[in-house]
Write a protein that binds this ligand. Structure first.
Ligand code: ADP
Ligand code: MG
Length: 607
């Protein structure tokens, strides 16, 4: 009786199936395991992850590695997915500066419009002019209040103030007439003097409504339509804040910088097409579909998208040890998204949500040397090792161990870097396709749109539902249901939005409400997986007709998602397709399909 191991090295995870093979070719899978892939798929650094995964599978069996009769690796197509994000609209502010933030305690409320003047220059104020006072950091609040009061009594018209420290309330309490005051402005030294400015403060729990509307800004500053267009990013950045300042600066004070988004050239087997990134994802993907099957994609140098393609190539070149010039982009998935961008001319580090296009790219390297990895394993483990079968064929074979399935059928392998589809005909013929964009892309979109700059956290937001801890004894789930607790929750969770991970609730340090976070999460999943699921099935379906596929089985890590399978299933119902999650060997769920397929295929050859 011999033991054999099937090993699937993926972009994200390495999965193992250990099986017992009797001389008649009868096979029983006796153990499996899963670990994170070490290094990029197809490189020698994978060996460490493979060995760790093997050890984990073998440990409960009590079998030493050297007793394995054979190690079978997946033959991966030489394509690797990568993701990048490109801004398509640059936020350009040339003639205004702005402050928009949520200081804990701004002073006064309402709108004040006037010319900016420094506190120590108030004695130079002209009669009949409205002023906005700038209070620098070193000023004591009593001193500031006394000077402002003094100026007011001598007839200076003061409409508002901008101050460095957290003193707005303290100052306002000492004035005989309250004015709107925005405080905690870190770059007070950059606030231009002698310029028209507007200060707005909203009441507690409310948000400003004048300075977040471009037409109100235009009214306040007498802007023409051209100028109004330029304040749109300011207004957008100020939406939802409790206090804001907009200052009109002289032309050219803040430098304008613009890099074009750029174009991509889609080279198909039969035709070519050009797509401008600025047209947005819909238009780009329509062109991709129009010229499919794609051979290669180029990007215009010197543009945003050109820079992004170079970056993807460079990373892949480094990782696979090949010249960047030989690396070709084979497929892309474009997704419209919103990306918080630092606003040029902002005075308190504000962001505005700009339109961006996320791109997942499928890169073809010369070859993914799984053979080399097999040789290395053979040397290190002293166990015969070889490449046991093509990934897509193996995946469908493994998926067919799901109870209740039989050929003909199709699988969708929802991984981290790519979405793959295969179909198997009644007589066992398999055809497959690998498309750019999968779980990593979803994580990137969540990370970007929520401005987290934390991929691990974005990954958790992707995988688990949300709740809001309203008191220490209850939380409200994102579906509106309320859960009560007998023991108090960790006080650090109080008032926070939390991700309900298996390890317990993880607090998010964000001002976003659960409903918006959940909406971003669901949209990201839909944009990537529904589009790619359909795209992939169209490519492998008989005559390109999804209706001719009757059963689709989902495998891969992203098939474990608590929302994605339903989204795909809903989309496919319209084509009369029955969709379900695999349950490999009746025990593994959507995991282990390729590894299982590898040992099954080997056993068949032995018969
Ligand atoms: P690969 O074959 O490329 O190694 P996998 O099949 O392991 O990829 O899938 C990896 C993807 O699955 C990642 O994007 C990961 O975030 C996602 N994933 C894994 N577990 C879950 C889960 N429980 N819920 C949602 N997504 C998951
Ligand atoms: Mg995989």
């Amino acid at each position: 009786m011999a033991y054999i191991a099937g090993i699937d090295v993926g972009n994200n995870t390495t999965e193992v199936a250990v099986a017992q093979l009797d001389p008649g070719g009868e096979i029983t899978v006796v153990a499996s395991s899963i670990v994170r892939t070490v290094g990029i798929k197809g490189t020698l650094s994978n060996a460490r992850g493979v060995i760790e995964a093997l050890d984990r599978a073998l440990a409960p069996l009590g079998i030493p590695r050297k007793e394995l009769g054979m190690i079978l690796l997946n033959e991966a197509t030489p394509v690797i997915g990568d993701v990048a994000m490109e801004t398509i609209t640059e936020t350009v502010i040339t003639e205004s500066a702005m402050i928009g933030h949520n200081p804990a305690t701004p002073g006064g409320r309402g709108l004040g419009v006037g010319v900016t003047i420094r506190l120590d220059r108030l004695d130079e104020a002209a009669p009949g002019v409205q002023y906005i006072v700038i209070v620098p950091g070193e000023t004591d609040f009593r001193d500031a209040a006394a000077r402002i009061s003094g100026a007011m009594s001598s007839g200076v018209e003061i409409a508002g103030a901008i101050i460095r420290k957290d003193d707005a309330v303290l100052i306002n309490n000492r004035l005989h007439r309250p004015i709107p005051i925005v405080d905690e402005v870190s770059h007070i030294d950059r606030v231009p003097v002698g310029m028209p400015a507007a200060v707005e403060v909203a009441g507690p729990g409310k948000t400003i409504d004048k300075l977040s509307n471009p037409y109100d800004i235009a009214t306040l500053f007498n802007l023409d339509p051209e100028e109004t267009k330029k304040v749109v990013p300011i207004a957008r950045a100020l939406m939802g804040t409790r206090s804001a300042v907009v200052i009109k600066t002289p032309h050219g004070d803040i430098e304008e910088r613009r890099i074009p988004a750029g174009k991509i050239l889609l080279v198909g087997e039969l035709r070519k097409a050009e797509a401008a990134i600025a047209e947005g994802a819909e238009a780009i993907m329509a062109k991709v579909a129009g010229i499919s099957p794609l051979v290669e994609i180029h990007a215009e140098p010197g543009t945003n998208v050109g820079g992004m393609f170079e970056q993807v190539r460079k990373v892949m070149a480094d990782l696979t040890d090949q010249p960047a010039g030989t690396i070709r982009v084979r497929d892309i998935l474009a997704v419209d998204t919103l990306k918080p961008q630092q606003v040029l001319g902002s005075l308190a580090g504000e962001y505005s949500l700009g339109n961006a296009v996320g791109l997942a790219a499928m890169v073809e390297t010369h070859k993914l040397p799984m053979q080399r990895l097999a040789r290395k394993l053979e040397e290190e483990l002293m166990v015969p090792s070889c490449v046991g079968g093509v990934e897509a064929d193996m995946a469908i074979r493994g998926a067919l161990t799901t109870p209740g399935t039989k050929a003909p059928m199709a699988i969708l392998d929802l991984g981290g870097g790519s979405t793959d589809a295969s179909v198997i005909t009644e007589d066992g013929k398999v055809s497959s396709i690998h498309l750019a964009g999968a779980g990593d892309m979803v994580t990137l979109l969540i990370d970007t749109e929520l401005g987290l700059e934390d991929r691990d956290l974005a990954e958790k937001i992707k995988c688990y539902p949300l709740a809001k801890v309203e008191t220490l004894f209850h939380m409200r789930h994102e579906d509106g249901s309320v859960q009560f607790f007998n023991e108090p929750l960790d006080p650090r969770l109080f008032g926070r939005v939390v991700v309900l991970a298996e390890s317990g609730p993880i607090p998010l340090h964000t001002k976003e409400q659960p409903a918006r976070i959940a909406a971003v999460r669901r949209e990201a999943k839909k944009k990537v997986f529904v589009r790619n699921g359909l795209r992939a099935l169209e490519r492998v379906a008989p005559a390109g007709n999804i209706r001719l596929i009757h059963f689709v089985v989902l495998v891969g890590g992203s098939a474990l998602d608590f929302e994605i399978p339903k989204m795909i299933s809903d989309a496919l119902v319209e084509y009369g397709v029955v969709t379900g999650r695999a349950n490999v060997r009746g025990t593994e769920g959507p995991r282990n399909a390729v590894a299982t397929g590898l040992v099954l295929a080997y056993a068949e050859l032995q018969r």
